[in-house]
Design a protein around this ligand. Structure first.
Ligand SMILES: [Zn+2]
Length: 171
C-alpha cells in the first residue's frame, strides 16, 4: 500500500507540503506481525503490547471462574497483596512473572547490562516474596505460586487440588 500523506505547513504564507509517513494503524501492525511470527508468539506479543487480557494472571482467573471457583483480587489487607484469594479454601495465589520475580528458568535470565541495578531489584523482589509467603503461612494460609512459564500445567494442578479440597465448598 503506497499512500502518501501531506500536511499543510502551519508557519509559512506559502503553502508548503510536508511528506509524512502514513500513520501505522493497529491493523497494519498486526498484519506485519503476522508475517513475522507464528500464532503463539504473536499472542504473547499482543499480551505484552496491551498489558493485557492474556496476561498470566487473567489466564488463571478465567480458568478458576470457568471451573466455578470464586475469588477476590489483590487483597490489600494481606501481606504481599496476593494476586488472587480463595477465601473458602484459605488459599492465596501469586502469579509471578519469571523475570521480575527471579525464576530459575530461561525467562528469568537477568540482563547482561546494569547488572547491579537488576540484581538489587530482582533479589529484593525474591526476598519480599519469601517474607510474604512465610507470613501468610504463619497465619494459616496456603500459598500457591504460579510461574508464568508454568502457567498452564500449574493452573491445571491448582484446579485439581481445589476440586479435591471440596468441589461443593464453592463460594
Ligand atoms: Zn519461569
Amino acid at each position: 500500500m503506497n499512500i502518501s500523506y501531506t500536511n499543510k505547513c502551519r508557519s509559512g504564507k506559502k503553502e508548503c507540503r510536508l511528506r509524512v509517513a502514513p500513520p501505522k494503524t493497529r491493523r497494519t501492525v498486526l498484519r506485519q506481525m503476522a508475517d513475522m511470527v507464528n500464532r503463539k508468539q504473536r499472542s504473547r506479543m499482543m499480551a505484552a503490547v496491551h498489558g493485557s487480557n492474556t496476561s498470566p494472571e487473567i489466564y488463571v482467573r478465567k480458568k478458576l471462574f470457568a471451573a466455578g471457583f470464586r475469588y477476590r483480587l489483590h487483597a490489600k489487607e494481606l501481606v504481599g497483596k496476593p494476586d488472587i484469594v480463595l477465601p473458602r479454601f484459605r488459599t492465596v495465589l501469586f502469579v509471578h512473572g519469571c523475570f521480575w520475580h527471579g525464576h530459575s528458568c530461561p525467562r528469568g535470565k537477568r540482563p547482561a547490562s546494569n547488572v547491579e541495578f537488576w540484581n538489587a531489584k530482582i533479589d529484593g523482589n525474591i526476598r519480599r516474596d519469601r517474607r510474604s509467603r512465610v507470613a501468610l503461612k504463619r497465619t494459616g494460609w496456603s500459598v500457591v505460586v504460579i510461574w508464568e512459564c508454568r502457567m498452564e500445567p500449574a493452573t491445571k494442578a491448582l484446579l485439581r487440588r481445589l476440586r479435591t479440597l471440596g468441589a461443593d465448598c464453592r463460594d
